[in-house]
Write a protein that binds this ligand. Structure first.
Ligand SMILES: [Zn+2]
Ligand SMILES: [Zn+2]
Length: 487
């Protein structure tokens, strides 16, 4: 989530990996191997399911299996709640709000939690909300949903599509859309809250359910923690969240053990020079030439300084300098996004950027007062590290409740999410964010037939299939809490 750029568009979190890769490559490692062996990335519908089955087989077996009666009871409750949950989903979808403006959304979710029997505190870290349900002695489990939409004009064509327009912080009129599936997350969250209240006799502990604002800006988790989330409310033993996945079939869930989403940093570099006439270059210090050298030299950080076994990205996403053919500018501005998993790689990359830019400025003969200014945005989004033991436990629950053929072991990605922050406080709480498939099988068939890419998260075309996505999400999240807080 590029939270640190100057334009509103670029401030949208990429949390959600805007880059497209072929379906099989990202989500079907087994299918990938098979199709790669045939020399093609094209994936057919059956091979997707083949991959699911094979990928799921190494999963941990559940520690304990829920009884058939318990599963039937949960399904019965989901059946009863489903019409109202789908209506809630459609309402949320057609009423999205931008990050930091989630007032009505927060109000609705807080009201829903109150109706479900939770003790609710509003306005925690801005529009954040916290619902607590105490149910005897046992573990404290935090379940998080995010609340915010994106400045995207919806083009899905669904009957409940958003037509909302609002004013952003710069005063511009923008369209708003739940293009990252946070409406799915909220709906599953409400369904889970209702079911766990109803099933109180089957678990013990404290449930802390939070609605977090400004995820797309990487600000909400920090704001809630700074406002005393782990001080004013019970400190969690586990933090759980799910995120919609735009390449996994509706009805599936996925998980990644360990690092699953990256550290995200934004850096602004101002390369300075001595401007002048384009025909008298010898009387200037050309910052455009220096910027070009710098951009190329920065490529050596990942390729020559970081271990090939440690993922890292240095992308120069923006370059601006100069005004006219025959004028040598005084400065050039660069904007970079940096990705990594480990803190060591992150720190090394940042140090290397400072060293390389300064060294090249010296080589160009610039005095110290004209050395580049390297500004690291102070609000970095830390990597999401899914606690391996907790994740294996969840994988076992998914095997038991969702079924082996619908549980996918996934690859980590270099997108970002501020959920990782909940695992980096003093309490070192184990966290896990799992994936929820959302894609209509029809879309996957079309993708397979035509090769047309599936819409990604943040796309104006992203259209989660409400059923069975919501049912599967509620079943999975409810089952996770029942397992972690079992009597
Ligand atoms: Zn997003
Ligand atoms: Zn998101």
């Amino acid at each position: 989530m590029s939270t640190h750029h100057s334009s509103l568009e670029s401030k949208s979190s990429d949390l959600c990996f805007p880059e497209r890769e072929p379906f099989s490559r990202r989500y079907c490692p087994v299918s990938l191997a098979k199709t790669a062996a045939r020399g093609t990335w094209k994936v057919n519908f059956l091979s997707i399911f083949g991959a699911v089955l094979t990928a799921a087989s190494p999963c941990a077996q559940p520690d304990s299996q829920a009884s058939a009666e318990m599963k039937a009871r949960v399904d019965q409750s989901i059946n009863r709640e489903y019409p109202s949950l789908e209506a809630l989903y459609k309402h949320l979808h057609s009423h999205p709000e931008l990050s930091l403006q989630e007032m009505e959304t927060a109000r609705r979710i807080a009201d829903e939690l109150e109706k479900a029997g939770f003790e609710v505190t509003r306005n925690v870290g801005g529009h954040g909300l916290v619902g607590v349900l105490r149910n005897g002695s046992g573990p404290t489990i935090l379940v998080r949903t995010d609340l915010d939409g994106l400045p995207v004009q919806e083009q899905t064509g669904v009957a409940y599509a958003s037509t909302v327009q609002t004013t952003d912080e710069k005063g511009d009129t923008v369209s708003v859309m739940h293009a990252c599936g946070h409406d799915v997350h909220m709906t599953v969250f409400v369904g889970t809250a209702r079911l766990l209240k109803e099933l109180k006799d089957h678990w013990r502990g404290t449930l802390v359910m939070i609605g977090q604002p400004a995820e797309e800006r990487g600000k909400g988790a920090r704001a809630m923690l700074n406002d005393g989330l782990f001080k004013r409310f019970p400190v969690p033993d586990y933090c759980i969240a799910l995120h919609s996945n735009a390449a996994m079939l509706a009805g599936t869930v996925g998980y990644v053990e360990g690092f699953s989403l990256a550290n995200v940093d934004s850096v602004d570099i101002t390369i300075r020079g001595v401007g002048g006439h384009g025909a008298w270059p010898h009387a200037t210090k050309d910052p455009i030439v220096l910027a070009a050298q710098t951009i190329l030299a920065l490529q050596t950080i990942v390729s020559r300084e970081i271990s090939p076994l440690d993922p890292a990205v240095v992308t120069v996403g923006s370059i601006h300098g100069g005004s006219k053919h025959n004028i040598i500018a005084d400065e050039v501005r660069l904007q970079l996004t940096l990705r990594s998993y480990s803190d060591d790689v992150r720190n090394h990359t940042i140090d290397a950027i400072r060293r390389i830019t300064r060294g090249l400025a010296e080589a160009a003969g610039l005095p110290e007062k004209l050395h580049p200014i390297v500004a690291l945005q102070d609000e970095h989004t830390p990597a999401t590290f899914n606690d391996p033991e907790l994740t294996r436990r969840l994988a076992g629950v998914f095997q038991d409740w969702i079924g082996g053929d619908r549980v996918l072991k996934q690859q980590p990605v270099m997108g970002g999410e501020d959920f990782g922050m909940y695992g980096r406080t003093e309490s070192k709480t184990p966290i896990c964010m799992f994936w929820l498939g959302t894609v209509d099988p029809e879309l996957i068939r079309k993708h397979e037939e035509t090769g047309v890419a599936l819409p990604t998260l943040h796309s104006s075309q992203f259209r989660p299939l409400p059923e069975p996505t919501i049912r599967t999400g509620v079943r999975a999240m409810t089952a996770v809490v029942l397992e972690l807080a079992k009597k």
